[in-house]
Ligand binder design. Sequence first.
Ligand code: M7G
Length: 341
Amino acid sequence: MSDVSHQNDVLEPPSCKKTKIDRQNENGGSVDHLELKDFIAEKILKNNTNSKTVCIQGKFRDKSGVALVLLEKNAFREEELNETGYFCPDTVLQTYFQNDIYGNYVCFPKSSVNSVKTTIIYPATEKHIVKFSQQEVHIVLETPELYNKLTLPHIEKEHFNLQWVYNILEGKTEQDRIVHNNKCEKEGFVLLPDLKWDGITKETLYLLAIVRQRGLKSLRDLNASHLPLLKRIRDEGKKKILEKYNLPDSQLRIYFHYQPSFYHLHIHFTYLRHEAPGIYVEKAHLLSTVINNIEMMSDYYQKASLPFTIRQMDNIFNVYETNGYIQKVEPNIGNTELIDK
Ligand code: M7G
């Protein structure tokens, strides 16, 4: 199959040279500036037509190591739906067909309202490839016993790299993006736009609150002693989002993921109307419910059975499979190779 770049030519995007990509490596040092014109696409890991996202594995010309490029069509920004945005003289409209009162066209808006959110992970590890690949997914009910016997040893063995989290907390990266910084070591946190958000489009608002305290892995570690921390994140997070983005708390979805991908406690803040990835019942736990459960029973999250999803390529799948809690199935949809190997 041919290279994917031909699809872009049709839309006449701004030249790759103009694409500025701010990057920092996992150790907090700055890395070379990467250009999309140097990216050689090798394999489509995932192509989601609902979320309009695609993840492509490849490499950068003259560089070693695997790179992942994630492209996402941006949501429409309401302030651009006017005569200076989509309906300006630069917009080109080509007719597909017209029939009576019905017309079907393809529209080529000017490039400034037609951007594609782009994330680059370089060098990418095997874990990143697994995370962004399309694959079969299963659900398991994790009892406290299973957590202690299978999940916890797995988390401890895997040593998930949290360098990006520490870089933010230690003031090394993304500092210009920080929305709120409570520096209290015990009950402080940083609130900033999530990697998944462009930081501008209100319709897809997505912020992350990262606690300063180290050693809190997930929901499972929380008890009544953490209530002041959780309430502070809830209250200060809501206040800052109202001040900065003019969104009231009644329009925010504030939640944990279980299992998270990164075992350093963090809380997601998204716009209620935005169907962000991971808001589904099998993964999201509302902060308000978590606070309420802990208020009723301090060790609720040490006693509860919590369901979570596992993807077949995740290492933890093997752990649950080997112990007879889950069975592998043949994938329905394979990955798409872009080049013949
Ligand atoms: P999660 O629940 O552990 O995993 O959330 P998920 O990816 O399954 O949601 C971690 C969150 O951290 C995700 O929403 C990521 O998009 C976000 N995230 C990951 N990284 C590596 C970064 C980063 O470098 N900067 C920021 N701002 N957010 C990140």
